[in-house]
Design a protein around this ligand. Structure first.
Ligand SMILES: Nc1ncnc2c1ncn2[C@@H]1O[C@H](COP(=O)(O)OP(=O)(O)OP(=O)(O)O)[C@@H](O)[C@H]1O
Ligand SMILES: [Mg+2]
Length: 265
């Protein structure tokens, strides 16, 4: 069957000051797949994700999201595209002064004219989907880290998105809770036919959920493949990252001067 494209990035370049964080990113993500973007801390994964959802613009290059060229899209058109995607942020990003239910309902209130009673039903359904039935009146401070992440997922799927973006959904969770979140991501993809784009450096998670994986290194996608292809990759960088080995071509900064030099490169 011919694969349909959900997202395409062409030669994205992004600099912060004199530092080039993304240096010519090319990516194609297909509808319905779970696509993982992995790479070391600070390599630009969150920055890439923010480009893919149109939260920031590249210095040059193109991003196509659900068939639209979003780099120069007028704001009202972009709003329409935004309604079709969901985002689960690094560190869940819940509003602490709002209840769980209010957090989940935010985009429904902002983007739809649904009546309060309908919004409440949708919120209940979404919480049920992430295994938090009846939690709507609790405050985020009453929840564990894993539960907060699940509320973040419920919020991300509130508008029945076609694509959900996840930034480090399992970071900081114990292995069992991480496994629960991974299963949830897979379930949501299957039950709701969602395209999932997951940024992570949790290798356990990568191999549980990915249909395909892209590895980011020094601002570029150095390899894309299935789990099997990545595991058998001849690329030493990929091998070192998967093995989590301190020895190999990926260098770690030992000295402050080396680190600062890299930052100004
Ligand atoms: N708005 C910004 N202004 C200046 N520098 C930025 C900005 N956003 C990101 N950076 C820099 O870009 C680099 C990549 O950051 P990013 O957050 O994308 O990395 P990451 O791969 O998501 O890291 P982590 O795994 O730790 O979440 C970092 O050096 C960061 O300091
Ligand atoms: Mg990040």
């Amino acid at each position: 069957m011919e694969k349909e494209t959900a997202i395409k990035a062409e030669n994205i370049v992004k600099k912060f000051g004199s530092r080039t964080v993304l240096n010519g990113i090319d990516l194609e993500i297909y509808k319905g797949e779970t696509f993982v973007i992995m790479g070391g801390s600070g390599c630009g994964k969150s920055t890439l994700l923010r480009h893919l959802i149109g939260a920031i613009r590249p210095d040059s290059g193109k991003v196509y999201l659900l068939g639209k060229d979003i780099v120069d899209l007028p704001e009202d058109e972009m709003d329409k595209v935004r309604k079709r995607i969901g985002m689960s942020f690094q560190g869940s990003a819940l509003f602490d002064s709002m209840t769980v239910g209010e957090n989940v309902s935010l985009s429904l209130r902002e983007h739809t004219k649904l009546e309060e009673s309908v919004i409440n039903i949708v919120v209940k359904m979404k919480l049920e989907l992430v295994g938090l039935r009846g939690f709507e009146d609790l405050m985020p401070s009453q929840l564990s880290g894993g539960m907060k992440k699940r509320v973040g997922l419920a919020r991300a799927i509130a508008m029945d998105p076609e694509i959900v973006f996840y930034d480090e959904p399992t970071a900081g969770l114990d292995p069992i809770v991480a496994g629960v979140i991974d299963k949830l991501i897979l379930d949501l993809s299957k039950k709701l036919s969602i395209t999932s784009v997951v940024v992570t450096h949790d290798m356990g998670s990568v191999f549980r959920i990915a249909d395909r994986i892209a590895m980011l290194y020094e601002g570029r996608v150095i390899e894309v493949g299935t789990k099997d292809e990545m595991q058998h990759s001849k690329n030493q960088l990929v091998q070192q990252f998967i093995a989590g080995s301190p020895d190999g071509p990926i260098k770690f900064f030992q000295q402050k001067d080396d680190y600062l030099e890299q930052l100004t490169k």
